[in-house]
Design a protein around this ligand. Structure first.
Ligand code: FES
Length: 102
């Protein structure tokens, strides 16, 4: 499926921060880093924590539960206790709206 699904208005995204949104029934984290938007699953791959409650520094999101860090650009796990990458989604911005390829 290569369809693009609208996820948010660009103006609703805080700068250099993360929010959680529900897109087509999925819990997704949207990040802005220096004006660029990235999207991953919101649920940590290690446990029951939402990354939108975590701490974004540069391109790294830190999980609020055990401080595991992921790269928001591709979802890769950067440190223990994480062993599994986070799913990331292609992002397109069009007419002030954020679209994701789910
Ligand atoms: Fe995220 Fe453990 S739940 S690091």
């Amino acid at each position: 499926d290569t369809a693009w699904t609208e996820a948010a208005a660009l103006g609703d995204l805080p700068e250099d921060d993360v929010i959680g949104v529900t897109v087509a029934g999925r819990d997704v984290a949207l990040y802005t880093v220096e004006g660029e938007v990235f999207a991953t699953d919101n649920l940590c791959t290690h446990g029951n924590a939402r990354l939108c409650d975590g701490f974004l520094e540069g391109h790294e999101i830190e999980c609020p539960l055990h401080q595991g860090r992921f790269d928001v650009r591709d979802g890769r796990a950067l440190c223990a206790p994480l062993t599994e990458a986070l799913r990331s989604y292609p992002v397109r911005i069009e007419q002030g709206k954020v679209f994701l390829q789910l």
